[in-house]
Design a protein around this ligand. Structure first.
Ligand code: NAP
Length: 259
């Protein structure tokens, strides 16, 4: 399917690996120019080169911490005009509700709520002026159903979801859509590190930890970054212009709800 976004300029945050990379890849395949970001320059440059070679699109790589004001300024300066924004950053560490300090919450809010909001505040006005734009925020299944050890994530991402619910409807008339994409368990470094925590805590092997988690997913497996990226690119396409303020869950059926 032609997604109708060839030549659009997309900023994909936190995209040297994992789900962000999956989104960048699918947007490159649709013919978008890319601005990629991550903190580590080496993996970022490797991903940029891989996508340039595979899809022949211009790719700018900006090594910076997107959760800091300086990092965002650096990324936005290099990015210039942006038609498509995919927000993403690392997720907060797991833990226990009684242990989290104010600083832990501020860090999670900065990374997973205030950073995407700041990026939207910076880029939405230009999209609205030009009469076209797409924003996809990578959040989590934790927004639909809480994951107790990920309370920092539950809190911060729910705050972002509230902001998007109101703002997406306020700006929809200008041709700009904002939606959230909610990953369930996907096969990335993040999933491996969560499995590692479970293996250590329960004294089981990594393989057993993974099988245990797979058994909680009706699809019986982890999702892939490619599947995630394809959905992201569709939400960024011309075809999805009527999709506003939605929370799209990609979880192999893991969250047991009717709606
Ligand atoms: P991942 O495989 O660990 O990849 C994270 C990517 O983000 C890397 O490219 C990393 O590069 C970059 N990154 C991390 N922190 C950054 C920062 N502060 N500034 C710029 N770049 C940053 O993670 P993932 O699985 O793709 O997860 C992406 C998001 O989805 C996370 O917020 C995660 O919590 C959420 N999520 C994932 C799953 C899952 O199963 N995978 C499920 C639910 C929610 P550098 O380290 O070099 O910066």
């Amino acid at each position: 399917m032609d997604l109708g976004i060839k030549g659009k300029r997309a900023l994909v945050c936190a995209s040297s690996k994992g789900l962000g990379k999956g989104c960048a890849k699918a947007l490159a395949a649709a013919g978008c120019e890319l601005v990629l970001n991550a903190r580590g320059a080496e993996a970022l440059e490797a991903t940029a080169a891989e996508l340039r070679d595979a899809y022949g699109v211009p790719v700018t790589a900006v090594a910076a911490d997107i959760t800091t004001e300086e990092g965002r300024a650096k990324v936005l300066e290099a990015a210039g005009r942006i038609d498509i924004l995919v927000t993403n950053a690392g997720g907060p560490p797991p833990g226990v509700w009684s242990d989290w300090s104010r600083d832990d919450f501020i860090k999670a809010l900065d990374a997973n709520m205030l950073t995407p909001i700041a990026l939207m505040q910076a880029l939405l006005p230009g999209m609205m002026e030009r009469g076209w734009g797409r924003v996809v925020n990578i959040t989590s299944q934790a927004v639909k159903a809480p994951l107790a050890p990920l309370g920092l994530s539950n809190s911060a991402r729910t705050g972002l979801t509230g902001f998007v619910a109101g703002t997406s409807r306020q700006i929809a008339g200008s041709g700009v859509t904002i939606n959230n994409l909610l990953p369930g368990i996907h096969d990335t470094d993040r999933a491996t590190s969560l499995d590692k925590g479970v293996a250590e805590k329960q004294g089981i092997t990594m393989d057993a930890a993974r099988k245990q988690r797979e058994a909680t997913i009706p699809a019986g497996r982890y999702g892939t970054a490619e599947e995630f990226g394809a959905t992201c690119a569709f939400i960024c396409s011309q075809h999805a212009g009527f999709m506003v303020g939605q929370n799209v869950l990609l979880d192999g059926g893991g969250v047991n709800t009717t709606l």
